[in-house]
Design a protein around this ligand. Structure first.
Ligand code: HEM
Length: 483
């Protein structure tokens, strides 16, 4: 934003060339003691009810007390630069995907997801192969089947198993359970042990940003590694089963058939294991977390909830109807509410890339091996980009252009500035699935209940990979009388 641009020069020391070094954040220092203190601080915030972004936000305030759009710190032995995606040039780093800026993930995440995971893959050519190999999962028929499966599960969980009138639903648990079932079915249909391992998937996500205390019995990281072993063992059993009896409906069967046919994008067993685990983790916890934030924002804004209800009931769907992609396409206001929830929740706060050589990012001098974190949350809460950014307002997207491009809705300049799913060659593969899950969950809830939060505690869950409410978003449901 313009506010970011003008503040930049005044906050920087000058580098060797034209570009400036990123300013050191609040509490700046040097040497091993400072680095250790920054890491301990980051970990402490992560383990507090305030969440790790609190660490980042505090450091945008420079040593002289003025706020900046970029700062550098040191975490886990590496220099990290955080740069607001509102700065011209920062999100271009993602969109243009230059070869000297490789994707970077915490080593702990790479250990837990595996060396072949698409999320952690740094080689451009191997990454392209993995993206092509996983593409069938996101085809239109697969997406439609996924929507039907998620809808069936959501209906069963929210309506058939609904709590007594004015009962409390723990939204996070419900969203995790429904999305886990639907994603697993899409990846490995049939009788897979994966269905029983939701707790292990949770343990892996809890370990992703933990200290890498591999040898310490009982540490979160070690528990995560053990959970990973059980999950990959289950996938290995599924690979053997599917090799003998593939069915056409799941990703694993497609991958196995490709291998048997000698397809150039065929994946090895190890690549399949790591990427099935990755898809579950990338898809389930993110989306379930987004759903809980959406329900919280709508509980805080009952008039928006009413407007959504009016749109949903106005679709004229009666009786026991399955939702289809055509129905979802008609939910204009709900779609805006989903986008606004994604903006405010900003599930993935920043995007890490490692500099493979000295370079410039958004006008700042970056040295080889530094890690550049393009900060999406700073963009989504920048008042110069989103007017009144802390207000939940789906109508801020009213000026979006209508129309579809490659099956994805086009939007206005402001919409394009959302950085919820990343940009460029590493853009989230599951973004349409995520929006579909959110729309279906919302539709089933809004057409059957009014709701409000049962507990307003704003604390965030400790050690969560993505910021989410500690209380799991308990909502009081009041059934709607349709007569
Ligand atoms: C609200 C839900 C979701 C959010 C906020 C989200 C966000 C993201 C973001 C920001 C990235 C890019 C990270 C980067 O560039 O560093 C990403 C990548 C990815 N996401 Fe999602 N995601 C969501 C749901 C899903 C779902 C449902 C799936 C699939 C089932 C999925 C699969 C993936 C995969 C495979 C990648 C890696 C893409 C690559 O590196 O080429 N995500 N996601």
């Amino acid at each position: 934003s313009s506010s970011c641009k003008s503040r930049r020069r005044s906050n920087c020391e000058q580098g060797d060339d034209e570009a400036a070094f990123p300013p050191a954040g609040a509490g700046a220092g040097a040497g091993w003691w400072w680095e250790w203190r920054e890491t301990a601080w980051f970990v402490a915030e992560h383990g507090s009810g305030r969440g790790f972004y609190n660490f980042v936000q505090a450091r945008y305030v420079g040593t002289n007390g003025s706020s900046s759009c970029c700062f550098r710190t040191a975490l886990f032995g590496r220099v990290h630069v955080f740069v607001s995606a509102a700065l011209p040039g920062a999100s271009r780093v993602l969109a243009s995907d230059p070869p000297h800026l490789a994707k970077r993930y915490a080593r702990t995440a790479a250990d837990l997801l595996g060396p072949h995971s698409i999320l952690c893959c740094t080689s451009h050519s191997r990454h392209r192969l993995l993206r092509r190999a996983l593409a069938p999962l996101f085809s239109l028929p697969s997406t439609a089947a996924f929507a039907a499966s998620f809808d069936r599960r959501a209906t069963a969980r929210l309506l058939l198993a609904a709590p007594a009138p004015a009962g409390v639903l723990l939204a996070l648990d419900a969203a995790l359970e429904i999305s886990y079932g639907a994603i697993c079915e899409m990846l490995v249909a049939g009788d897979s042990k994966l269905a029983m391992l939701q707790g292990d998937v949770f343990a892996v996500t809890q370990a992703m940003l933990a200290l890498p205390l591999r040898c310490l019995p009982g540490s979160r990281f070690r528990r995560g590694l053990h959970a990973r072993k059980r999950i990959t063992a289950a996938i290995r059993d599924d690979i053997i089963r599917t090799r003998n009896a593939p069915n056409d409906h799941d990703l694993l069967s497609v991958l196995m058939q490709r291998r048997q046919a000698g397809h150039p994008d065929a994946l090895t067993d190890e690549q399949i294991e790591d990427n099935i685990l990755t898809l579950i983790i990338a898809g389930q916890v993110t989306t379930a977390t987004a759903i809980t934030w959406m329900l919280k924002y709508l509980s805080d804004n009952p008039q928006i909830q009413d407007k959504l209800r009016a749109e949903a009931l106005g679709l004229g769907l009666k009786g026991d109807y399955p939702l289809t992609l055509q129905h979802l396409n008609k939910m204009d206001y709900a779609y805006k509410a989903v986008k606004e929830s994604l903006r405010m929740a900003t599930i993935v706060s920043w995007f890490p890339r490692v500099a493979l050589k000295d370079c410039q990012v958004a006008g700042f001098h970056i040295q080889k091996d530094w890690i550049i974190n393009v900060d999406a949350r700073a963009l989504h809460y920048d008042p110069a980009v989103f007017h009144n950014p802390t207000v939940f307002d789906p109508s801020r997207f009213n000026d979006d252009e209508e129309g579809e491009e490659d099956g994805v809705k086009k939007g206005s300049a402001q919409q394009r500035r959302l950085l919820v799913f990343g940009a460029g060659g590493r853009t989230c593969l599951g973004m349409n699935l995520a929006k579909i899950m959110m729309l279906i969950f919302l539709h089933r809830l809004v057409t059957n209940f009014r709701w409000e939060m049962a507990d307003d505690d704003p604390s965030l869950e400790k050690w969560a990979m993505f910021p989410r409410l500690k209380n799991g978003c308990p909502i009081v449901l009041t059934p709607i009388n349709h007569s």
